[in-house]
Design a protein around this ligand. Sequence first.
Ligand SMILES: CC(C)(COP(=O)(O)OP(=O)(O)OC[C@H]1O[C@@H](n2cnc3c(N)ncnc32)[C@H](O)[C@@H]1OP(=O)(O)O)[C@@H](O)C(=O)NCCC(=O)NCCSC(=O)C(=O)O
Length: 388
Amino acid sequence: MSGAPLHGVRVLDLSRLLPGPVATLHLADLGADVIKIEDRGAGDYARLLGDGPGGVSAFYRSVNRNKRGLRLDLKQPQGRAAFLRLVATADVLVESFRPGVSDRLGIGYQALRAINAKLVYCAITGYGQNGPLAMAAGHDLNYIGLAGVLDQIGVKGGPPAIPNLQIGDLLGGAMSAVMGILAALFDAQRTGQGRLVDVAMSDAVLAHNLFPLFALHGSAGVAERGCDVLTGGDPGYGVYATADGRYMAVAPLEKKFWDVFCAALQRPDWKPLHGARGAAAVALRREIESLFLSRTQADWCAFFAAIDCCVTPVLGVAEALEHAQFVAREMVVHADGVTQYAPPVKLSGWVFAVERAAPAAGEHGEEVLLEAGFSADEIATLRAASVT
Ligand SMILES: CC(C)(COP(=O)(O)OP(=O)(O)OC[C@H]1O[C@@H](n2cnc3c(N)ncnc32)[C@H](O)[C@@H]1OP(=O)(O)O)[C@@H](O)C(=O)NCCC(=O)NCCSC(=O)C(=O)O
């Protein structure tokens, strides 16, 4: 990958499911040499078998592109020994086991640090390495529920709504892991010392639950679900149905955009209602609702196309990929037989590419071990013992 910013960074990836593999996807896309290490049993490759070409799911193919694959049974002493040799060649290790699992395997941070002081060791968990829930199993819904985030999602009077985007796993877990890893890598270059990066998905979502957290100490307190300015309490920030059963995202939040919105709709009487609350907000919302129901989504898109007041369509997934904006940003990538998406950042001097299809489990085992200095005989011995 020419100009890839993480070229030369080697990552050993023991992580599974979603958060860790997406964190290492970002590192791999940015040019790091990510080696996905699966156990001999139901690794991600086997777990995520599915609907794509060759039976491997589009999910597995997208999330593991640009990585290499190695199988290693870490429960066998030879497997652990081989892994420790690889650690000596690595810059970063990512795992997403419960606390204590890697120590039981003999590959915990302290053990690896003794081999490679510069190693950045990132452990992604639901609740972190300490605290009463540290050992508990969990998924995204548990993390956002516990952190006070889920309680705020949904409409007034309704139950908490499950977001379709895994806020804890991806924005909390994967992105925080990337942040911690890059910070520790930067520091390791200066000091020669790596760090343990302890990412708890529940911490990460709690830390970003900013509006409710700030409101907690304000005079008004935390708003009821669906009633805060950005959760449905402000008619100038809401989702409105259209004549064809679609929706528009209407967000002229600031006064200047609200004024443009009102002028475009020829409703000067709405102008003084900017930021309306209570009964005035309810009445205004009803008026906006009935206005938006008078035209189709396509009509409203055409109407607002040249008006700069933060009104856009609510699109389906497939429609979003075809929207001129994302086409212009080259966010859609067709590779390895599936539709994929580009990384969330673009850096000058680097053009993202899918250089490698996602590996089959262990696909690059021999290549990776040879590079790390294993002889052909050693690799044959590991194979014979079903370690790799
Ligand atoms: C997801 C989990 C609940 C799954 O729990 P478990 O299936 O019980 O896995 P554990 O992590 O506890 O243990 C992993 C076991 O695999 C073994 N193991 C792992 N790698 C290897 C290799 N290479 N060789 C041999 N054995 C291995 C390891 O020794 C452990 O076995 P033993 O030593 O014998 O125990 C947990 O991993 C976890 O809490 N992880 C952190 C948070 C997380 O990732 N949450 C899911 C987010 S994704 C999500 O929300 C979603 O997809 O939905």
